[in-house]
Ligand binder design. Structure first.
Ligand code: PLP
Length: 547
């Protein structure tokens, strides 16, 4: 005999939050969450990982089917907790893997509250004050990065790639009259550096421009766009009779924290508009998803150094601020709170210096008959998304409020100080070389060499001399083996988890330079973990020497 649907509904009701005040049921809700956290806690050990490394069995995963009978909240919850086994704990001081922060507790709560009450930012009708929260987070960020909050605007969207997509779409509207109606006939180009994120390529592809329309300009040794080559590229594009959908300045490259000369790029763009009498102004977007947070140092008194950073740290922070302070010159800016703003995924915002630019994306009123009946703010008229979660804005707002500029200065200052400490030690060691010494962020790219290699001369030879190709490749392989050793050790709970990049840059003769990478973002990091990186390297080198 099957159960009546009425019994099933009544059982399932207990799995929903009570719609009216019911303290007993609220307690059950909160307690269920606490139990889940307790179960997660049981997965912790000394290693910077929950549970144990797990081999991922996709074949078994594909065998999963929906059951017939309903399950219980308790069973489902402990089931879900298992999926965290094998996850790195990004906030662990011995995890120095990538630009993934550990979220703060307020930002986690900011992310959770909307998942209970489900505001939809498509319109203020369905999000009420959460719509205000988005406007507040955008205004605070705009002021921080040097926009006028009165005339700029922005929206939260689905990640850093989404921010670049918005920028390129708006730029395309500027470059090609009526493109939304008639489509693209002669596809315009997107211009960025060869260190830009592959999101630029994704956007060229998804906008229907085609990846062939991505023009990548060479970079200098410190991973910034070469301004002379940039100017030449723009000239060549105009000579060819082609249009520019978007120029992307990368303000903090993913691997190395390279910073383009945004002010210089805007100058070159403006000169081009005048000298070539363009009938549109090519849109300049700052992909600052990583670098935006350093805006808190724009007004920092580096001479007085009130927060008391070490001199080496002050120099590094000032070296970044000198580029980031010009963000306000960009027509749009991409910001990831889920990278250097310490929130959960997804919390990304695209800001437009001229808020009116968003109207270039607006749909016709008659195309959206079922929403936007009342009120004044309806982002759904111009966002790509229809449903938009309130989690991103509330998480961002939580941290903007929690940190204040001083808090963010201190946190960023701390992680940069740790990275500088690491560099000092790597530079002082004869077998290691820092590769991105002129990029002053929390990420350090370095190479390790076997005994007897002259690290004063060899790294430079490898980079520039085609005759060194064989040594370069051998040392690439050596660094991969070092990485595997360090990784295996870290997963046993010893040492530090770092990462490896297959191609930090290409040599002048076109081979990839493999590098080890330490990305320090944990507020809990200290000198001990920096020392642990050195110890892990030494141990791996010894193991390879005797292997
Ligand atoms: C991470 C990153 C992106 C992509 O952003 P997501 O938020 O991961 O989608 C784009 N540009 C740069 C420079 C990045 O580092």
């Amino acid at each position: 005999m099957t159960t009546s649907y009425k019994d099933i509904v009544s059982q399932l009701r207990t799995a929903f939050p009570a719609p009216v005040s019911d303290r007993l049921h609220d307690a059950y809700f909160v307690f269920s969450f606490l139990r889940a956290l307790d179960q997660v806690d049981a997965l912790k050990s000394a290693a910077p990982m929950l549970g144990t490394p797990v081999t991922l069995d996709y074949a078994a995963a594909r065998q999963q089917r929906m059951a017939e009978a309903p399950s219980t909240l308790e069973a489902v919850t402990s089931d879900l907790v298992h999926y965290l086994s094998g996850m790195f704990i990004w906030g662990h001081p011995r995890a120095q893997i990538n630009v993934v922060p550990s979220p703060t507790i307020p930002s986690i709560i900011g992310g959770l509250l909307p998942s209970i009450y489900n505001p939809n930012l498509v319109s203020e009708e369905s999000s009420r004050q959460v719509s205000l929260a988005e406007v507040e987070a955008i205004a605070m960020t705009a002021a921080l990065v040097g926009y006028d909050p009165a005339t700029s605007d922005g929206v939260f969207t689905f990640g850093g790639t989404g921010t670049t997509l918005y920028a390129a779409k708006i730029g395309l509207e500027k470059a090609v009259r009526d493109v939304r109606q008639r489509g693209i006939r002669e596809p315009p180009v997107i211009v960025c550096s060869d260190c830009a994120h592959y999101a630029c390529r994704t956007v060229a592809n998804w906008l229907g421009l085609g990846e062939a329309q991505l023009v990548t300009v060479p970079t200098t040794e410190d991973n910034q766009i070469r301004l002379d080559a940039f100017a030449q590229a723009l000239d060549a594009i105009v000579d060819d009779g082609r249009r520019i959908a978007c120029i992307v300045a990368t303000m903090g490259t993913t691997d190395a924290f390279g910073l383009d000369d945004l002010a210089g790029m805007v100058r070159v763009r403006d000169a081009l508009v005048t000298s070539r009498r363009l009938d549109y102004v090519p849109h300049v977007h700052a992909d600052a998803v990583i670098g935006w947070a350093w805006s808190v140092f724009t007004d920092y008194d580096f001479d007085g150094n009130p927060l008391g950073f070490r001199l080496r740290t002050v120099r590094a922070l000032a070296g970044t601020a000198r580029r980031i302070r010009h963000l306000g010159l960009a027509d749009s800016i991409g910001v990831d709170f889920h990278k250097t703003g310490f929130t959960p995924y997804i919390s990304s915002a695209v800001l437009l210096r001229d808020g009116g630019d968003l109207q270039r994306l607006a749909r016709q009123q008659e195309d959206t008959p079922y929403i936007f009946q009342s009120g004044e703010r309806h982002p759904g008229r111009y966002t790509l998304e229809t449903s938009r979660s309130g989690s991103g804005p509330l998480a961002a707002l939580a941290n903007l409020r929690l940190f204040g500029t001083q808090g963010l200065q201190s946190l960023l200052g701390h992680v940069v100080a740790m990275a500088e400490e690491l560099r000092e030690q790597l530079e002082g060691h004869p077998s290691t070389t820092v590769l991105n010494g002129e990029n002053f962020g929390p990420v350090t790219l370095f190479r390790v060499y076997p005994e007897g290699v002259d690290t004063f001369a060899v790294p430079e030879q490898e980079r520039t001399d085609p005759a060194s190709r064989e040594t370069l490749l051998a040392h690439n392989a050596y660094n991969r083996r070092i990485f595997e050793r360090i990784q295996a050790d870290a997963l046993q709970g010893h040492g530090v988890v770092i990462s490896l990049t297959d191609c930090y840059r290409e040599t002048t003769y076109g081979e990839p330079i493999v590098a080890l990478k330490s990305y320090i973002l944990s507020p809990f990091s200290d000198e001990h973990q920096v020392k642990a990186v050195l110890d892990s390297i030494a141990k791996a080198r010894r193991a390879l020497a005797t292997a």
